[in-house]
Design a protein around this ligand. Structure first.
Ligand SMILES: Cc1cc2nc3c(=O)[nH]c(=O)nc-3n(C[C@H](O)[C@H](O)[C@H](O)COP(=O)(O)O)c2cc1C
Length: 204
């Protein structure tokens, strides 16, 4: 059962880091997995999991949660059309949820390149080989593409593909939910107010 500590710091990104760190220390599997929801230009929502890969800083120093993907994928097409997205973390063993709403923008090429070079070689090859979200004929076709890319870069550095990189979510509303007994859950929402945040407790 969840404990009832619910003392969040002033900046919701610090709160997110605290909760992520707790999930990591508790060895929660896939604790950096988050659901990214996009909405197409026709208003059709679509959700999928991506990995939280730290923050990207705005010029003001503000931190924005970041993830990496193919810039020609369905999600990227939708974010190009409509930058309003939500991110959702859920850690079942801790009965905690963090919900983030805001606008996305691409991170700089330098930032994408720097992150790309930290990825395992197989993942770097995969980024080049997989035309994410396009129809492919078969598993064999994908494997042939992987082999072709692996050969092309054998013994060489693998550069970041121009069609691959990071997106950052500029948070506007961040809600923390912590399950409690008898459905008396704690909820606190942070809403952007200029350079700071206003906070409010919500009924569960
Ligand atoms: C645990 C988990 C982590 C994932 N992490 C990523 C990720 O960081 N980036 C990514 O592009 N896809 C990731 N995926 C795959 C996506 O869920 C999705 O299938 C893919 O990005 C294509 O989505 P789209 O067609 O909506 O663009 C992950 C899937 C799972 C289950």
């Amino acid at each position: 059962m969840a404990d009832h500590e619910f003392h969040l710091p002033e900046d919701p990104m610090d709160g997110l880091l605290e909760w992520l760190e707790k999930a990591r220390l508790d060895a929660i599997p896939e604790h950096i997995a988050m659901t990214l929801s996009t909405v197409s230009s026709e208003g059709q929502p679509s959700a999928r999991i991506v990995y939280f890969k730290g923050f990207s800083a705005l010029a003001s120093g503000e931190r924005c949660p970041r993830f990496f993907t193919n810039y020609e994928s369905q999600k990227s097409r939708e974010m190009n059309e409509n930058p309003r997205v939500s991110l959702l973390f859920y850690w079942p063993a801790q009965w905690r949820q963090v919900r983030i709403e805001g606008r996305v923008e691409k991170v700089s090429d330098e930032e994408s390149n720097a992150y790309f070079q930290t990825r395992a070689r197989g993942s770097r090859i995969g980024a080049w080989a997989s035309p994410q979200s396009s129809v492919i004929k078969s598993r064999e076709e994908l494997e042939a593409r992987v082999n072709e890319v692996a050969e092309r870069y054998e013994g060489k550095e693998i550069p970041c593909p121009p069609f691959w990189g990071g997106w950052r979510v500029i948070p506007e509303r961040v809600e923390f939910w912590h399950g409690g007994e008898s459905r008396l859950h704690d909820r606190e929402v942070f809403t952007r107010a200029g350079r700071g945040w206003t906070r409010a407790r919500l009924a569960p």
